[in-house]
Design a protein around this ligand. Sequence first.
Ligand code: HXC
Ligand code: NAP
Length: 300
Amino acid sequence: MLGKMAGTKASDFDFDVCMPTYDYVFQPDVLRNKVAFITGGGSGICFTIAEVFMRHKCQTVIASRNLQRVQVAAKKLEEATGVQCLALQLDVRKPQDVMRGVDAAVDHFGQIDILVNGAAGNFLVPASGLSYNGFKTVMEIDTMGTYNTSKAVYDKYMSKHGGVIINISATLAYRGQLFQLHAAAAKAAVDSMTKTLCNEWGPQGIRVVGIAPGPIADTEGMRRLGGGAMGKQGLDQLAQNLPLQRVGTKRDIAECAVFVASPAASYISGHTMVVDGGSWMTDDNNLEAMGKRFMASAKL
Ligand code: HXC
Ligand code: NAP
C-alpha cells in the first residue's frame, strides 16, 4: 500500500475546497443516519459529493490510493460540515485492499448505506498511441474498480441491509468520443454493470444508479482532457458549443447524487442519469478540434 506518495506535501491537495456558503435545495437532514463509502472522494467531483452528502448529515468514508490526499480532504470536510468523515487508503484495482477498506468502514460506522464508485483514471490519447498497459490500467481502475468495490460492499453489508450504489460514469461511449477509447470502453462497461446489478440485487433492496457528468469545471478530468490548457477564451468557446452555454459544476453532480441517494429516487434503479446539460450531443468530436485539445493536453 502507498503511504505518503513520493514527493507530495499537504499543500499539493489545497486545490479542492469546500463551498464557503451553501443554500439547501433538499431537506438539510435528508441523509441523516446514513453512511456513504466514496471511492475517489479525496478530490474533484467526489470530494464535492462527500461535502454535499455531509451537509445533509450523511457520515462518509473517502478512499483512494494516496492516504495524505484523503486525510487532508477529510479534515476540510469535517471542518466545513461538522459531520464525521473517515479517510482510508486503498487501490480499487486490488480486491484485498478494497475488502480491508470496507471492513474498516463497517467496523467504524457499523453500516454502509450508499456506495459511490468514483475512482477513475483518464488521459487524452489517440488509439494508435495508446499502449496495451495504458488501456488495461484505465479498464482496471474504472471497470474492475467499480466491480471490486460493489462486490465487497454487497458481500459485507448491502446483501443483508440493502442500499444505493451510485456509479460515476461518462458519456464518452455515446458518440465514440475521439481519443477516449480506453475511458469510453471502461465507462460503457460500468453502465452495463449498473443494469445487471439492478436486476440481480434489486430483490435485496439495493438500487444501482449511474450518473454520467458532462465537462465539469475545476476538475482533474477536465484539465486532462484539454481544459487545463485552453485558457479563458478556449473555455468560453467550448461553452458556446454546449446547449446550456456553460460547463458543469461539481455541485451540479453532487446535487444529483443527493437526489439519487434520497427516498425521492426510491423507484429509480438500473438507469444512468446524464448530468451534462446536453453536452454530449454538441461538444466537439471531430479530428481537427480534438487534435488541438490533444496537443494542448500533451503540453501540460
Ligand atoms: C498515454 C499514458 C498517459 C498519457 C499514462 N499512460 N498516462 N498513455 N497518454 N497521458 C500510460 C502509461 O504510459 C502506462 O503504460 C500506463 O498508462 C499506466 O501508467 P502509470 O502511470 O504506470 O499508471 P498509474 O500510476 O496506475 O496511474 C494511472 C493513471 C494516472 C490513469 C495513468 O494518470 C492516474 O492515477 N490518474 C488518476 C487521476 C485521473 O486520471 N483523474 C481524471 C479522471 S477524469 P506503459 O505502456 O507505458 O506501461 C475521467 C473523465 C472521464 O475519468 C470523462 C470526461 C468527460
Ligand atoms: P479526480 O479528481 O482525478 O478523481 C479521481 C479520483 O480517483 C482521485 O481522487 C484519485 O485519488 C482516485 N483514484 C484514481 N485511481 C485510483 C485507484 N486505483 N484506487 C483508488 N482511487 C483511485 O477526477 P474528477 O475529474 O473529479 O473525476 C471524478 C469522476 O467523475 C471519475 O469517475 C470521472 O471518470 C468522472 N467524470 C469526470 C468528468 C469531468 O469533467 N471531470 C466528466 C465525466 C466523468 P488517488 O490519486 O489518491 O488515488
